[in-house]
Design a protein around this ligand. Structure first.
Ligand code: ADP
Length: 353
């Protein structure tokens, strides 16, 4: 069977050579051998030209388009990496290139949808798992009381305390989830204002005053701003960022000589906040995932200290809403350091202070 391009080339060559030879026969005195030469020459040149044009420029490109459509159907996007030739002035190449662009856009959409789907599935699984633990615990204590344990005054008090502790843990998870979702969805607009960040850090430290967990911890604060460091940010949210970081530094301390340190460094346009501790530190393999929701290194320690596994995720989300990023350095047994920057603010906004 002849290929399509060969058949088209044969028909065109036959037509061109017949017409050329017929015209030649109108000229008197041309011998038969002359007719034959003209016929053969016009046939072969028309054949080669037509074959080349049809095969390379038309069928070749159509074949390529076909191939790409088949690959698209089979979700094989490997041809994205192929070289795209110059499409100037060639409509077929342009169609080819448009298919490529369309496929790329669609592939990006598919990838995003797949990511969102995995995220949604993981999120539901994580939440169910995290909520299950305190609910089951509280449920267990209440049912044991209802089944008769309430008659014993001592047991009643102990079980009610345990049930209340589980419900408090549940409340913390829900509050943290609400914060993440508010910040993530942008429901809670950042209320930007100028404020003095050194007094905010002192306020955070003040939250721990008199608490047994900070009894043996040296809470330090240094700053290199000439007077006070003013930033332009959402005060309430930044309070939560620093509170989460300080409370982690306290939770994940070693037994002795514990130091938690806050440091403010002034740059040309920003104030850098550095929170350091000499606690148990974070092994390198966890560094990438530490800001994910519900990611914990030591689940039992985190839960025992009232952690929800959402603290650092909240920190990351709040800072992202301020167009800032948090960075971390940490070594097991040496301690951890978290840094982020906030835009410098003006000291003249006294009314907000
Ligand atoms: P959690 O409620 O468990 O503290 P976070 O999101 O605040 O959740 O922190 C995630 C995990 O990162 C913690 O469980 C802990 O293992 C680790 N981590 C966070 N901050 C520190 C720190 N300063 N020192 C050591 N480990 C930390």
């Amino acid at each position: 069977m002849l290929s399509k391009s060969k058949s088209v080339a044969l028909l065109t060559a036959a037509a061109v050579s017949i017409i050329t030879t017929s015209f030649l026969s109108l000229v008197e005195g041309v011998p038969l051998s002359g007719h034959l030469v003209v016929f053969i020459l016009s046939f072969s040149s028309a054949y080669i030209l037509t074959y080349f044009t049809v095969d390379v420029f038309i069928f070749g490109q159509i074949e390529k388009i076909n191939e790409r459509i088949n690959k698209l159907r089979a979700e094989d996007f490997s041809f994205f990496e192929e070289d795209t030739q110059s499409i100037q002035g060639n409509p077929l190449l342009r169609i080819n290139s448009e298919i490529l662009t369309y496929a790329q856009t669609k592939q990006q959409e598919i990838d995003e949808l797949k990511k969102a789907e995995t995220f949604r599935r993981e999120f539901i699984a994580d939440i169910s798992h995290e909520l299950k633990t305190p609910i089951f615990a509280a449920q267990g204590f209440v049912h044991t009381l209802l089944d008769g344990a309430e008659k014993d005054k001592n047991v009643r008090h102990r079980f009610l305390k345990k049930a209340a502790k589980s419900l408090d843990a549940l409340d913390r998870i829900v509050q943290d989830l609400l914060t993440i979702s508010e910040v993530e969805t942008g429901v809670a607009k950042m209320e930007m204002e100028n404020f003095n960040i050194n007094s905010l850090i002192m306020e955070v430290y003040g939250q721990f005053e008199g608490k047994p967990e900070v009894e043996d911890i040296d809470l330090r604060f240094t700053m290199d701003c000439p007077d006070s460091c003013f930033v332009f940010a959402d005060r309430h949210r930044i309070f939560q960022v620093i509170l989460n970081l300080v409370s982690n530094s306290i939770k994940y301390q070693k037994e002795t000589n514990a130091v938690v340190e806050a440091n403010l460094v002034e740059h040309e346009k920003d104030i850098e906040v550095i929170m350091k501790d000499n606690g148990i530190g974070i092994p390198e393999k966890h560094h990438k995932r530490i800001f994910e929701r519900f990611y914990r290194i030591d689940k039992s320690r985190s839960k025992e200290k009232g952690g929800t596994g959402l603290g650092l995720s909240i920190v990351k989300h709040i800072l992202e809403a301020h167009q800032s990023q948090i960075s971390m350095k940490s070594k097991p047994n040496e301690g951890s350091e978290f840094r982020f920057k906030l835009p410098k603010g003006s000291p003249y906004n006294w009314s907000k202070e």
